[in-house]
Design a protein around this ligand. Structure first.
Ligand code: BG6
Length: 521
């Protein structure tokens, strides 16, 4: 067998540089729950990357808000996080001025006096730093605090823009970014949406899904809609089935109490995987305006037929080996119930009943402690009539693999197109070969973590890459019946896969009944 030919891709022109109008107006970013991991590991490094790239306004302040009295250590901690999480050298001359822009405010999230003091602090910063009343409130707390914070911001007059005293900004803005999980099921998501919408208008709300910040995820739209050759075959006439895999080799990373109430379906499928699916399946929007993109995504989710519990598989990892090291099972993890029924793996088969996709099954799998970390979308094309390439005994055609486009979302970001090629020699033997595009080879390695783009867009007021109320409710409407069916019928044989494997073998049956197989990743 010949080795696969690799036709590497190189950029043929310099990337487009950001236009000056993409730099946001002066503002204050206020992070609630700033003592948590997210701020240190992701948000601060992302803000720093934006600063380094010259994409932040010069007048910007960051205020961390949390309950603990961390005034003395916060800036130092954030510096450490930015160095560790952002691939930054301590000697970087831009680091100290960036850290100087960070302040800390300790308060309980239900404490009226705390909000008054915070409001005063923000007004003082406006005066000193010229941030002009523009505020971005980032809710990075545990979800049980969302209501308190949102209602208090409303009660203290902080949810609506107030022009700054010197009249320098006629159109100040106030926006809020809300982290996932956005609800626990359809009813709680609706209740939370109602609560948030009482205080903030929908165009002030930026529900974040960090997957949409990933370059490879945004590139799905570029791949489909900026190239003339793929979209024509992107439908039921040519596509046999689609697989979406979001596999992680890590376990629950000390998040026992959170994960026990979440599970794989809520944690990853309802949001990240459904976002991937909508990008793969949506119709071309009439523009890249937020409303146009969101409308097309919601149409996809609403066209998914109810997912029958028989088309779902749950799993939970037991002890096993990951990266050559023994690891405990889910039930042995810290603060996890020893007979927990929480799923750490979920697989589904679903169909989108519309003109583009009717009859094309989509197979989804997501899980923790799987054999490796890989998120990939595989588009499997139908076989052409293969009679030509059979030998006189009718053999040979079965070794011909169908065309495949595999979009590697992470970690080895890129896209591969598989096709058949003639093996040199006197016969007509066919071998699958790949055309491969690697992000790192074409554009160099990036240290961006996905939050850069989303923070920047929120500061610019561009909601295209954020979830809208309708979308959140549409995806919960799909997942809630599955969650209810699972709750009524707890699995008896958990754990049903060993850590470090590809999940429960029952997931293979989802595809095997139709003569298909999960792609080996
Ligand atoms: C988070 C989930 O939203 O996404 C985590 O809560 C999961 O459980 C993470 O590990 C995966 O994100 P990424 O970017 O590492 O694929």
């Amino acid at each position: 067998m010949p080795t696969a030919e690799e036709l590497h891709v190189t950029p043929v022109a310099a990337p487009v540089t950001p236009l000056p109008e993409r730099i946001p107006e002066p503002c204050i970013v206020i992070i609630f729950g700033a003592s948590g991991d997210l701020t240190k590991r992701k948000l601060l490094p992302a803000l720093y990357h934006l600063d380094q790239a010259g994409l932040l306004p010069e007048k910007i302040s960051v205020v961390g808000v949390a309950r603990r009295p961390l005034q003395d250590s916060f800036a130092g901690d954030m510096k450490e996080g930015t160095i560790a999480g952002g691939g930054v050298e301590e000697s970087d001359p831009k680091l100290a001025p960036f850290i100087d822009k960070i302040q800390y405010h300790a308060m309980n999230f239900d404490d009226a006096a705390g909000y008054n003091a915070l409001n005063k602090l923000l007004t003082d910063i406006d005066k000193k730093s010229g941030t002009c009343g523009n505020r971005l409130f980032y809710l990075a707390t545990a979800p049980e605090y969302f209501s308190d914070i949102i209602n208090s911001l409303g009660q203290h007059g902080m949810a609506k823009p107030v022009p700054c005293a010197d009249g320098s900004n006629k159109n100040p803005w106030v926006r809020t970014i809300i982290e996932k999980p956005f609800g626990h099921d359809l009813a709680s998501a609706k209740a939370l949406n109602d609560e948030v919408n009482k205080v903030f208008d929908e165009d002030q709300i930026f529900r974040i899904d960090h997957y949409l910040g990933k370059e490879t995820v945004q590139n799905i739209l570029v791949f489909r809609f900026a190239n003339g050759i793929f979209e024509n075959v992107w439908n039921r006439n040519y596509i046999d089935h689609v697989e979406i895999t979001a596999a992680e080799s890590i376990g629950i990373e000390g998040r026992g109490p959170f994960y026990e109430t979440a599970g794989a379906l809520r944690d990853v499928v309802q949001n990240h995987v459904m976002e991937l699916l909508s990008f793969v399946a949506m119709e071309p929007p009439i523009s890249f305006e937020a409303a146009a993109v969101r409308a097309e995504k919601v149409k996809v989710w609403k066209a998914i037929t109810p997912i029958h519990p028989a088309d779902t598989v749950r799993g939970q990892y037991g002890p096993g080996t990951v990266d050559g090291k023994p690891v405990v099972g889910y039930r042995q993890e810290d603060r996890v119930h020893p007979r927990s029924h929480t799923e750490t793996y979920a697989a589904l088969r679903l169909e989108i009943e519309n003109w583009r996709w009717a009859g094309v099954p989509f197979f989804i799998r997501a899980g923790k402690r799987l054999a490796k970390r890989v998120t990939e979308i595989s588009i499997h094309f139908k076989q052409p009539p293969l009679l030509l390439f059979k030998d006189h005994e009718g053999k040979g055609a079965e070794s011909i693999k169908s065309n495949l486009i595999s979009m590697r979302i992470q970690p080895d970001e890129g896209i591969t197109l598989r096709f058949g090629a003639k093996v040199p020699g006197p016969g007509m033997n066919i071998s699958p070969v790949n055309m491969d595009f690697s992000y790192a080879e074409a554009f160099g390695k990036s240290s961006a973590n996905g939050y850069e783009r989303l923070l920047l867009d929120a500061m610019l007021g561009d909601g295209t890459l954020f979830a809208h109320r309708d979308g959140v409710e549409a995806t919960w409407a799909l997942m809630t019946p599955i969650l209810e069916a699972w709750a009524k019928d707890p699995i008896k044989d958990f754990p049903n896969y060993a850590a470090g494997t590809w999940g429960p073998t029952t997931a293979d049956a989802l595809l095997e009944s139709e003569n298909r197989k999960w792609r080996k990743l």
